[in-house]
Ligand binder design. Sequence first.
Ligand code: ADP
Ligand code: MG
Length: 532
Amino acid sequence: MKKDKKTIMEVSELDPVNSGGFLDISQRILLCAGRGRPSVEFLIELSDILASFFETDVLELWIKERGNCARWEATTNPRRFYRVENATYEALDARIKQGLTFIEEGDKSIACVPLVADKEPIGLLLFKRNQPGSFSSDLKQLCHYVSQTGAIAVTYHRVQLEQRERVKELTCLYEIARIASQQQLSVDQILSQIVAFLPPAWQYPEVTIGRIVLADSVYATEENAVARHLQKADVVIDGVKRGFVEVVYKEDKPELDEGPFLLEERRLIDTIAREIAAIVERKQAEEDRERLQEQLLHADRLATIGQLAAGVAHELNEPLGSILGFAQLASKHADLPEQVEKDLGKIESATLHAREVIRKLMLFARQAPPSKKKVNLNDLIENGLYFLESRCAKAGIDLNRGLTANLPEITADPSQINQILVNLIVNAIQAMEKGGKLSVDTFCDEKFVCMAVADTGSGMSTEIQKKIFIPFFTTKDVGEGTGLGLPVVHGIVTAHGGDIEIQSQPGKGTRFVVRLPIYSKPESIEEGSDHV
Ligand code: ADP
Ligand code: MG
């Protein structure tokens, strides 16, 4: 907008309200302040407007900002805008105190226009023209107006910017809180969602990359970009640095408080890093608590069932003994009708069955102490299989032995080892309703002697595999399964200091491997207390 002395005069004559272009320039200054762009962009536009309006050769702009005082310069030919230096408050205040002044310096005219908002000096404008005596009284009057409007514009822009930064900061923190509050999300999911909210919270979202690094995991909004500027805050958990949050500018941006970053952005990235640390910490605590709870629940269930079983077994054992004894006594009576004899036989076998259930319960409750001695696993298996062979044959099952010769002896309770074998084989037979192949193998390494029982039966889903050691868990019909076989196996194996492993595939078959230690701890030989 070119205006010389003459046109200004004309405008003021034509339009007294606009008094020499005042409304024009005020409107343009305020509009530019209202666009809410980053500070430097605003200052460039402001000086452009003023430079062309006042036809300055050089325009100097001093601005107090965030505890600093910066000095900028805009030249018209060539058209450039750059930060000259950091100025001091004292120098600025001293010049502002002089008020609106016009200086003639050789062949130059300079207008010093202080920017004062609410009596608070916030900056200074120097309009320099390479022409002596070039500020007419109208231009001087306009300088006076600009002194006020300019200050209002700078303040307005600043407030607006602060508000915008605050909104972005709050939005970012709100989003983080919202994501973190979703219970079902894992740390991984939370961090990959949070990282997307970093760029919009910074001044130049289009050139900003957010990155979160935690242990070995990296979450980034963009990969492999070259960083021109970088702001970073550590994620510290329990006093240990576990990772960091990083904001990267892909392009150069003008200097501000921390490189091209705002003071508010430093505070924000620090807060985000602290939030992330808190989220990770809370998630870990939650996971630990859940795991512990599950363990406790399992242990608790086992203990309760154990106590219950032991109590019930004790109570039932005695009357059962009487029933069995009297049934046997009665059956010895001479001249019993045939039917009565048969019925007594049924009582006897039913009682024996009940005793067997009780014995298993006692075993499960570990009330029966193992009486351990040196044994050869192969011998025990051979003996056990002797009684199971015919049952396999009847069910159309091929029995394969793969017993490795010269196994080292182990210290174990032979009847309990037999119990393991029987329970595993009965399960295998039941899993092969239409026949199949059953293999019993032994092998060993330096520390363990192992027995594997494998079938080609129905197999188990992973869901079922998770539950098979839970007492009373069964997939079989009443009368066929008690759900105590595998818990008993587990109890015996652990009492012997060993472990048990399952491999199973639905429709293909199952393989159990029981590993028993060659050298058991001496104290475990004496384990247990009450007898059945
Ligand atoms: P029960 O045999 O009385 O059901 P167990 O504790 O012996 O109780 O076994 C629990 C469950 O584990 C069985 O009901 C069955 O679903 C599953 N299971 C155990 N062994 C096998 C196997 N060899 N093949 C398929 N499923 C098995
Ligand atoms: Mg069973």
